[in-house]
Unconditional design. Sequence first.
Lengths: 744, 744
Amino acid sequence: MMKQFSCSLIAFLLLVTSVNAQTKVMGFQDAHAVQQLDWEKKFDGQLQASNLDQWMKFITSHPHHVGSPQDKANADYMAALYKSWGYDTELATYYVLFPSPKTRVLEIVGNKNYKAKLDESVLAADKTSGQKAEQLPPYNAYSADGDVTAELVFVNRGIPADYDELARMGVDVRGKIVIAKYGGSWRGIKPKVAAEHGAIGCIIYSDPADDGYAQGDSYPDGGYRPKDGVQRGSVMDMPVYPGDPLTPDAGATKDAKRLDRSEAITIMKIPVLPISYEDAQPLLQSLKGEVVPASWRGALPITYHVGPSVEKVHLKLAFNWDIKPIYNVIAKLKGAELPDEWVLGGNHHDGWVNGAADPVSGLVAQMEEARAIGELVKQGYKPKRTLIFCAWDGEEPSLLGSTEWVEDHQAELKQKAVAYINTDGNSRGYIGAQGSHTLEPFFNEILDQVTDPQTGVTIKERKYAQTLVSADKGSRAKLFGNKNYKLGALGAGSDYSPFIQHLGIISMNLGFGGEGDGDQYHSVYDSYDFFTRFEDPGFAYGVAMAKVKGRVMMRLADADVLPVDFSSFYKVVNEYTGEVKALLEASRNETEAETRMLKENMFTLTKEPGKTYGPPAAKDAVPFLNFSSLENALVQLKNSTDEFQKLYSKGISLSADKKAQLNTILYQAEQSLLQQAGLPRRPWYRHEIYAPGFYTGYGVKTLPGIREGIEQRNWKEAQAHIEIVAKTLETYTAQVNQAIGLLR
Amino acid sequence: MMKQFSCSLIAFLLLVTSVNAQTKVMGFQDAHAVQQLDWEKKFDGQLQASNLDQWMKFITSHPHHVGSPQDKANADYMAALYKSWGYDTELATYYVLFPSPKTRVLEIVGNKNYKAKLDESVLAADKTSGQKAEQLPPYNAYSADGDVTAELVFVNRGIPADYDELARMGVDVRGKIVIAKYGGSWRGIKPKVAAEHGAIGCIIYSDPADDGYAQGDSYPDGGYRPKDGVQRGSVMDMPVYPGDPLTPDAGATKDAKRLDRSEAITIMKIPVLPISYEDAQPLLQSLKGEVVPASWRGALPITYHVGPSVEKVHLKLAFNWDIKPIYNVIAKLKGAELPDEWVLGGNHHDGWVNGAADPVSGLVAQMEEARAIGELVKQGYKPKRTLIFCAWDGEEPSLLGSTEWVEDHQAELKQKAVAYINTDGNSRGYIGAQGSHTLEPFFNEILDQVTDPQTGVTIKERKYAQTLVSADKGSRAKLFGNKNYKLGALGAGSDYSPFIQHLGIISMNLGFGGEGDGDQYHSVYDSYDFFTRFEDPGFAYGVAMAKVKGRVMMRLADADVLPVDFSSFYKVVNEYTGEVKALLEASRNETEAETRMLKENMFTLTKEPGKTYGPPAAKDAVPFLNFSSLENALVQLKNSTDEFQKLYSKGISLSADKKAQLNTILYQAEQSLLQQAGLPRRPWYRHEIYAPGFYTGYGVKTLPGIREGIEQRNWKEAQAHIEIVAKTLETYTAQVNQAIGLLR
């Protein structure tokens, strides 16, 4: 009896301890935190993997690209579900330019053995692969129409550095058709850079070294791309602006003012076509000229040459340039206390074909999250702020649905949007997250509280283990103990882009991944059969994503004081500043060395007999830039964010009025990171800290005005943006100081 | 007139300056230096590329492996030529165990489609490729006889680290046949390590990623290995001892005492066969199990798996275990003043088939060098020391000719051999040299005085340009200005091995290369046709090699004081000491990190679903070792070598007697780097500074006793060798001090 009592006491003490440990939630007063954690437990209890399975089966049952019957059917299906879960739901419809292929011809002229197949085989093991009549065949959306015949040149990844190498080999692509490997940049960069160099056509293929048998067994034996699998995708010049090419900065409503197609600068200037590696091999074998540099090699069983080819290649493409309706599903749950503060979540619903991994895996996790919240509401849960779940249409062609909706509602969003949380494809493995760095401590708290379905440790613990296991043996020692998950920076790979890049709304992008067995990205084989065999069998990581994102959404909706940490932002901007300085220094050192080597004739002395590879072009000297304004602004920012950090916990005790003022500053401060004039040559992109690279596409460039100025040797622009970023940070610091004023 | 006079004066002054600049030759008093340079100019004038061409055509006209008629014919041909050039020439004949294939079968059991071809096609473009009856077919010499049938496992390069990876994947090779890629180690390591792990057979193939179409166009379109090209080669356990397996440490004379074959520990324990990538592909495709780690992938158009295979593989090999005669050509030119000081040069003459690049390209350069010296003698040139040119037989099977001759003459060589200068294959490109580091300044002086045939700058200048051009862009800045060519360390890749490793004779190995277009190493396609199209058309770099090696030989033969620089030796041993310390530290850090990760379960937490890849085995902690004896020895060595350096120039003014004493110390000091007990488990290897790696083969391990102790986690042995090396350096320092005594 005594013993039993003692055990119960210990158990009780343990419980108290563990409740105490768990009841601290960033931004919540203690009593609210206890409630919140209780709702989260109930939320977890609601989540059912079988729902994800059932919805994925329906949504991926037919091709569901923009303009397809299934696309509309899916929007209606989801709208009906959201309504049934208690959401105020609408279809937000826009009308966008959406080209689809009419003619696709690729052949070697006069060679009967090579006319590209441009088609993906029907596989018995993949039930939807045979829906030929409903599929969009492989193509690149927003390619130009064209009928070109020319010699072929291999340009590796097709990025600017590759053309520098080609120039050293004496190869010019003017008047030629280029063939580039997928990878190393967003696909739209390849034809853009090709056109800048005078090419008249562009072919993009998936090399098996990157995306095929070299990586693992081909589908359907394994999950890797088979020989005739093709990656579709947009080649619109998204780094200039995304969304409908005809309505920049405005919603593409039925009666919107539209540009003429000839005025739309984001439509590619030359014809572009994606092909499989089976189709690519004869083209690559037709190339003469130098053998490629070692880093350019792929995994086809041939010697890769840069070309040009002797035989000419004929590429003929024509498209239906239709205006099509797109249907965003917008589902709202009105906030009980602060209905005009919106917490948004989104995932697109259109696919290139059946689109199971991309995007339905993330979409169905969000649906289950919304359904579970609907159930909580029935049990009495009342979100303080308004929750809005969005299922975007037309993401694949270039973020059409999200961009048009954001452009259409920009004034309201700037006022009301607290944050936008994006998901897209999701599969088994490790958490991956990018976003506004003010949310980093908040997000880490959640990663500490959600369990990994495969191992039973927390999501954060497993990610930490992976960081160590995948690190160089020599660099592991310094990684121990630092379990903080560092958010990546946001580029433009999915629907968060208009929110953060155009409006400066705090954003995140979340996804699990890294243990899916292969990929069928943008192919007919990205199907329910593929996904459930190779990516997330049983949808365990779909449920885990619902748990993570559900917490992010609900905590943002319910926080007393928004969980925004300005110090994390300071830290990362300070790091980025260090990076651009180092980049400038490296550029100076490399330029000086190369200039000296040119003077001392070293490149000519090392020219191989019989090879054309010559010296690089001479470069201008790298000047010293004046970073002082930025450095001074960083000192101010550090001082203010340190001070804010000390005072943050006082926010909870503020009066309702002052708390409201504080929260508004907390979520709108990010907007002061925008520069209304936008970035050079692309005014749509206004964020001075994060942007997609002008020459990388999806890939982010942090401090883009400075970094790209240095990369492109535009020293004046780099210097100008040092001043702009400094001023931007000063404005941001003023916001932080206002928040401090409220807290003092 | 005035003007003309002034011009002549300037010309005169320039001439004086330039003569002065050129008349400093290390180890020569000024008047002798002028003479020496004059003879070198005459020497250069003698060299004719057409001789190299003519001799290569004859020597490669038929397969000339050990025991072939052409092998003997070549020895006779060369002996007659050397005699005609004025050399005292003999054939030094030994009788060695030389296995040749009787039966070779490789097949997948029960699979009619796979019976390995094991044969290289006849090519019209390659005139000697059709000499089928005379060729040794592809095989590995000193493989065991065997008839084995078992599942197959892919072991990547087949080095110990690969078996650690396999263990993590749950793959055991006991009772299996392994297939390994060529590369990453000397070939003999692969079956040795396989046998240590319990494998019963070993197949080695050339992957096209390393040696085939991935690198460049296949022969005969380009110079890279074609699909059925095979690399022959020895798999004798050379890191234990090279040369005839039956007569270790003794010359294999007719009546030498021989081991029984069963006692010869250097004969491989399991059957081993080399195959082409065409023959390898079906074997690799038969493998099941895990997909290989990314770094193990080759360039065949398949997904590489580790295995085991389901179908069994049958490997049957039998050999003729004959004793064959080998014929070394030894050609002497007696020294006029110091006939008992020998300067030796050597290159082997046997090939695996027609052997044009390997070895005849280097052989004919040496012949032209010797012929030109013979011509100088007719003009009055009298080498001070004796010059000996050697054409070794049986290098390919495992340095048979050189090792037996060195073992046979060891007492005399220790007394008389000043240095041994080796060459082997040679092709266009850049100088490559390894050797005793005391010769580094001497060799650099020569590189400054020989012109690169392709660019007209000095050999050294072109090598310097290559160092910068091939360096990382970020690391170039620190390379400017340092034109010193750093000698590599000698392993066991060619006939220098018995000289330096067994006897401690100062040695070098020289070759141009890096711009040959491909390689047909140890294949029937290493032919005159191949070599003259792709490797050194016109033999310009053969002539350049004669110029470089001719200078090395003649300057060593004629120097007043031998050009030995002890300080360079100190510098390099000090560097090696830093390396082994860093290796120990890295091992400690890596072990600590891995141990902690095992404790924290990180490898289990990151196990991929459905994969067998598990945690690494636990490792013992890395102790701290006591380096103080070695550090103290290095301080003494530094002090003495610094002092010697200051006094070196005084050597020229010594009396003849003292000068003779000094020279003897200079060339015999290297012998004090030997440890008579030899290295652990291989007493034949006695050099404490340089040795071939026990688990790398050709590849050198510097401070081998310490370094391999650390690598193999044999801490006691590492500590013991720190003491041994310290004592060795003390003995060496004593030699330096003796030299200082003579100079004071």
